[in-house]
Design a protein around this ligand. Structure first.
Ligand code: NAD
Length: 706
């Protein structure tokens, strides 16, 4: 047996070689350029051993095959040529694997992503486990890149061009059954027989290449291809608005490979990889990746978290239902819900049931598993079962006296060590803890709706919260699959504080006579997933408009919302939830799309003349957000530019390709941010006056990320 640092070659008695991939001292296997010579050496040994019958690649890690290439390696490249060379090296290794004369099988369990899938694609067949941890995908686009080790060329030939475009352009990760259906893997087996099944596959000999379904074959022809590419280009442009250069390059490179042959395809892939690695968009997206990876490792405070074995939830409404779901489903923790009535409990149980049921219907989960998941959640109208809860998350009505009562009841009915975490969106945590017997165990834990989808939570200690409470709450959030940022206990915390002035500015544009859809379109073109007015409709106009008055009271008139907005609320417009907001929402399942309700303009007493350029609208809204974000950092509401960027991207959908408000301000340079704010202040009012922090940064010629 030959021992190498990450790749271990073992030749079995039946003359089948097994290469176990096990990067030392790492939880995940990631590919590094330094592995090149050892893989090359192994392939040479395999090639030279003419007695060998086949080769199997398998992982030595318990839950991942190869999670991708090491991103640091790409981030460290100084020039496009350096990054292009990296791609060439990767392509070379994959080509050596593909050219082996014996059958080569990838035996996959766990994450098989990016460079990992490219290695599997270079093998002659692939077999994977049916485990829920097994996922296959090429997520490079999410880092502003494309697969640079042959993935753009091999995938279309294996599964057909339309499916390959879909996978590479979205970066989606396929589950085992989906991968089997598309022909990405040849077999799906239980983990216990993975190696045995791979050996059997080797014994079958090298598979002849799979015949693509008729539809894919038509699309592979010159006419079908040209139609498909023009359709995909149009759709991609609509979705990305030209903000993500990687998508067009992916399309181009696949086009070259199919039109001009593999050699040109690989050349074009490596070149595009090198150039994309140098784009500011890729740098920003990689920055977000590093930041969220760091946050996953941090405790949020200088204390060891307590173990969490059981969780309580107070209130089974919209938020409580979602919190119970992520705790049980992602965290695999038992959850006990308490509500004042059975309707609340039923609502929460149904919330989880519906989400799990959807998975069963999509064949992503077996019915028996749904039962096991549901068995983790129980509820009642008293505190039965709360005696052993390590942490209780409170999501009752937004009312200070009620929340204080909840603290007292938990102190009486739960364990002495139980943490009380409030999901309040606007009440100071210090006030909620004011009468607590154990204020050090009270903290804020602010989720975003819908809880099962939104990745961010804000963890909000008040002055008396203990370090252990902070780290245990951060640990719970991570178990629930969330990215937590620790923020200050001041009005609006961080996310709502930067969101409110942005939405208010959109409202100002509206009352000045800009059409609803033009305003939303301006911000979507800037890079937000939805516009600010649609966002208000989604959050609920009744819920969203409650925030500004609280912030206005705390920080002054820069948070004042235009008064005429009250007319919208008085007209019983709550947004999507009651079918009437700034837009009208035709009944569920209807094919007709949401439309701006012209009655809005009448209610506001304006005619939608639309005199501003879209760029001006976007600048007004975004600059209000940036200025407030800088204030938050100055006041210590966020601990770092990194946390502020993650909060805005994960909590609001700030354009990821800009990296977050702080990275964006750095790219503009503080002087330009201040100049833009001053111009807007002179034109539209003092609310745009640049904050002290920004002025100081101009003076000291500093930037946020250092
Ligand atoms: P909701 O009205 O949907 O649910 C509240 C639930 O609390 C109801 O089921 C109610 O019966 C229950 N309840 C009331 N008094 C109770 C008591 N004494 N004991 C146990 N249960 C009790 O409200 P929601 O939208 O889920 O909001 C809950 C909290 O989360 C609020 O503090 C809100 O500000 C906050 N929040 C809401 C959102 C959002 O988008 N809705 C986002 C973040 C935070």
């Amino acid at each position: 047996m030959e021992q190498t640092s990450a790749f271990h070659l073992h030749v079995r008695l039946d003359n089948i070689a097994v290469v176990t991939i096990d990067v030392p001292d790492e939880k995940m296997n990631t590919l590094k350029a330094s592995f090149g010579p050892e893989v090359h050496n192994i392939i040479k040994q395999v090639r030279d051993n003419t007695a060998l019958q086949g080769l199997i690649f398998i992982s030595g890690k318990p839950d991942n095959f190869i999670a991708g290439a090491d991103i640091n390696m790409i981030a460290n490249c100084q020039t496009a040529q350096e990054a292009q060379n990296l791609a060439h090296q990767g392509q070379q290794i994959m080509a050596e694997i593909a050219a082996l004369p014996i059958p080569v099988v990838a035996a996959i369990h766990g994450a098989c992503l990016g460079g990992g899938l490219e290695l599997a694609l270079a093998c002659h067949s692939r077999i994977c486990t049916d485990d829920e941890k097994t996922k296959l995908g090429l997520p490079e686009v999410q880092l502003g890149l494309l697969p640079g080790s042959g993935g753009t060329q091999r995938l279309p030939r294996l599964i057909g061009v339309s499916h390959a475009l879909d996978m590479i352009l979205t970066g989606k990760q396929l589950r085992p059954r989906q991968a089997l259906k598309l022909g990405l893997v040849d077999e799906v087996v239980p983990q216990s027989i993975l190696l045995a099944a791979a050996i059997e596959l080797v014994a079958k000999g090298r598979q002849t290449s799979r015949t693509l379904p008729v539809r894919e074959r038509i699309l592979a022809g010159p006419l079908g291809r040209s139609l498909l590419f023009s359709m995909v280009e149009k759709k991609t442009e609509q979705k990305t608005r030209g903000n993500y250069p990687a998508t067009q390059r992916i399309i181009d490179v696949i086009k070259v490979g199919l039109g001009q042959g593999s050699f040109s395809g690989y050349e074009s892939e490596a070149k595009a990889f090198g150039e994309l690695a140098m784009t500011p968009q890729s740098a920003a997206l990689r920055g977000l990746f590093f930041a969220s990876t760091e946050l996953k490792k941090e405790h949020g405070a200088d204390a060891k978290p307590r173990p969490i074995n059981a969780v309580g939830v107070l209130g089974g409404g919209l938020m409580g239902g979602g919190i119970a779901f992520v705790t049980a489903n992602k965290g695999k923790l038992p959850v006990r819900i308490k509500d004042i009535n059975n309707d609340g409990i039923n609502h929460a149980l149904k919330y989880s049931w519906d989400l799990l049921d959807k998975k069963v219907r999509r064949r992503q989960m077996k019915a028996a598993e749904r039962q096991r998941e549901m068995a983790r959640i129980s509820g009642g109208t008293d505190y039965h079962g709360f005696h052993n809860r390590d942490i209780v998350v409170e999501a009752v009505f937004e009312d200070l006296a009620l929340k204080q009562k909840m603290v007292a009841e938990i102190e009486q009915n739960a364990a002495p060590h139980t943490i009380f975490a409030s999901n309040t969106s606007s009440l100071p945590i210090a006030d909620i803890a004011a009468n607590a017997a154990r204020p050090e165990q009270v903290i804020g834990l602010h989720y975003f709706s819908p809880v099962d989808k939104m990745p961010l939570v804000e963890v909000i200690p008040h002055a008396g919260t203990s370090a252990e409470t902070i780290s245990t709450t951060v640990a719970l959030a991570k178990k629930q699959g969330k990215t937590p940022i620790v923020v200050g206990d001041s009005a609006g915390f961080y996310v709502n504080r930067i969101l409110a002035p942005y939405v208010n500015e959109a409202m100002r544009c509206l009352v000045e006579g800009e059409p609803v859809d033009k305003i939303d379109n301006a911000l979507v073109a800037f890079g937000f997933p939805v516009g600010p007015i649609q966002l208000l409709d989604e959050v609920g106009i009744d819920v969203g408009t409650k925030i500004s008055p609280i912030l206005q009271q705390a920080y002054g008139d820069r948070f004042a919302a235009p008064q005429s907005i009250a007319a919208i609320l008085n007209d019983d417009r709550k947004g999507r939830k009651n079918g009437r907001g700034f837009y009208l929402y035709p009944g569920k399942g209807s094919r007709s799309k949401k439309q701006v309700d012209p009655a809005i303009y009448k209610l506001l007493g304006v005619s939608p003349k639309g005199q501003l350029a879209e760029k001006e609208i976007a600048q007004r809204c975004v600059m209000m957000m940036l200025n407030e974000a800088a204030r938050c950092l100055d006041e210590g509401v966020v601990r770092s530019a990194r946390d502020g960027d993650i909060g805005a991207v994960f909590g609001i959908g700030f354009p990821p390709f800009l990296g977050g408000p702080f990275r964006y301000m750095d790219s503009l340079v503080a002087g330009e941010v201040v100049a833009q704010l001053q111009r807007l202040a002179s034109q539209y009012g003092e609310r745009f006056a640049p904050c002290d922090r920004l002025l100081q940064m101009v003076e000291e010629q500093r930037n946020f990320w250092g």
